[in-house]
Ligand binder design. Sequence first.
Ligand code: C2O
Ligand code: CU
Ligand code: CU
Length: 575
Amino acid sequence: MKQFLTFALLIFTINANAQNQLIIPSVIEDTVINLTLQNGTHQFLPGQVTTTMGVNGSILGPTLIVNKGDNLDINVTNDLGQPTTIHWHGMHVSSPNDGGPHTIIDPGTTWNPKFTVLDKASTMWYHPHLHHFTDEHVSKGIAGFIIVRDAEEAALNLPRTYGVDDIPLAIQTKDFDANNQVVPLSNADDILMVNATIDAFTDLPAQIVRLRVLNGSSQRVFNLGLSGNQTFYQIGTDGGLKETPLALTRLQLAPGERTEILLDLNGLEGQTIQLMSYASEFPNGIYGSTSPGMNPNMPLDFYNPNPLNGADFNILQINVVAQTANPVTTIPTSLVTVTPYLEADADFSRNLTFQSTVGGFTQLNGDFSINNVSFDMNVINITIPLDNIEIWTIQNNSPIAHPFHIHDVQFYILDVNGAPTPPSATGLKDTYLIPGGQGGSIRIITKFDDFANDSIPYMYHCHMLMHEDGGMMGQFVVVDPTASIEDVDVNENEFILFPNPSDGVYMTAKLTDESELITAYAVVNSLGQIVSYHKIDEKEVSNIYSFPVFEYNSGMYSLRIYTKNGSYTKKFVVK
Ligand code: C2O
Ligand code: CU
Ligand code: CU
């Protein structure tokens, strides 16, 4: 069955006459947003239906159209019968509203994030983020667009009639088994779809048309281009519009990334154009090229045979039809002002290194780690002072390119492999493909402003979902060094701390009330800065906890311990 289908799809791409009308997701344009996560079925392939997960429907989710400054009140009801989370990818929100792996929505419950939209006009998206299950929940169908609008964008002569001249395109590849069921965590993703439509066509008017393209695939990178190599114009990156439209014939889009492009279809009524991926042009080392590793002899399990690897293929057939009333017919000459942070203003620099957990430079089959550690829900890998401007150097010491993504912030890319940032990657970004091989690297700059929370972390990770689920992720908290830590033994009786002054390697905190449990602790220095934060594994929580102090210089510190009921702070001295 599956072999036949693959063969049939190949024929379609060669004959270039797509069969299925592109699905356009429905819209919610409101500040009160009700989303229900549900199980369903979808007819992807002839024969057996596919079991799916969707939002307010059986596949994908509605497009949320919001405005900068809106105060959103969102209800996410989980009717999946299993836990999950929903993350607003790209949006600048506080960590409790971010929907990362700690913010679990239990089956039968509703999560109610409330936040103000602070982002610039852009194309964001939402998807599940439950650790170990992100790929499964996304692959089974949960993903939706968020279109952010603002006054700056509204002042431009751009297409913005949803579904008419402003089209969301979620490109995904999936692997189906012999019973037409989605196989998560697979390297055999040979079925391509746009908005859950396999072999899709759409009618677009003979004028300027805006495409908001999301790579929602678990692993595959696309090399966007038009049949006939017509020029198109990139107007937006992940987090906002560019300064000026960029004329291109190719645009690389890695998992998690979005781009906004304009097509000039003026005068083309009656013609057919294919939006394609020219993956044959990818160098080795990219998932989607002939060889996903730099060295063509490195095998990735189940990667080949796959008609999509290293080949040029159609993504969407565009049938150009009559103009609409009041069409946009020109490409604007300028867009918005983009003001990158300056290197000279950076407060701190950090280095992240990607590597395979076993197998060094030759391993393609994972797992991969960041700075030699795998993701641990209970470990905060990085603590960042609020309002820090930071430069992160992300080095890839593995043979495959990985899309780096960070929550909370949008960043600017300073350089790629030491060379100037490609023009298509200037502007606000939250995801970018780090080239493979020993020493592929990028440097980014960003500012961690507005939101501090010392207990719920944000994530940074590879957006190849198999890698993320396999532990290629870390977490950071943003802490406010100026926030006052109740610097007191307000209630002498809440806990005891010994030995104090510390004479050795460990100190022990013990809650007086034995029914209370220590769930986390932070060590705060005399400047009020959190120097260490640690969540305690659920299996290890008790009313007593010993923590290391040997790393600290001598001086005065505070220990803050967290329980379900609040936090308590006591001073201690390291000799
Ligand atoms: Cu789109 Cu942490 O992810
Ligand atoms: Cu994200
Ligand atoms: Cu990866």
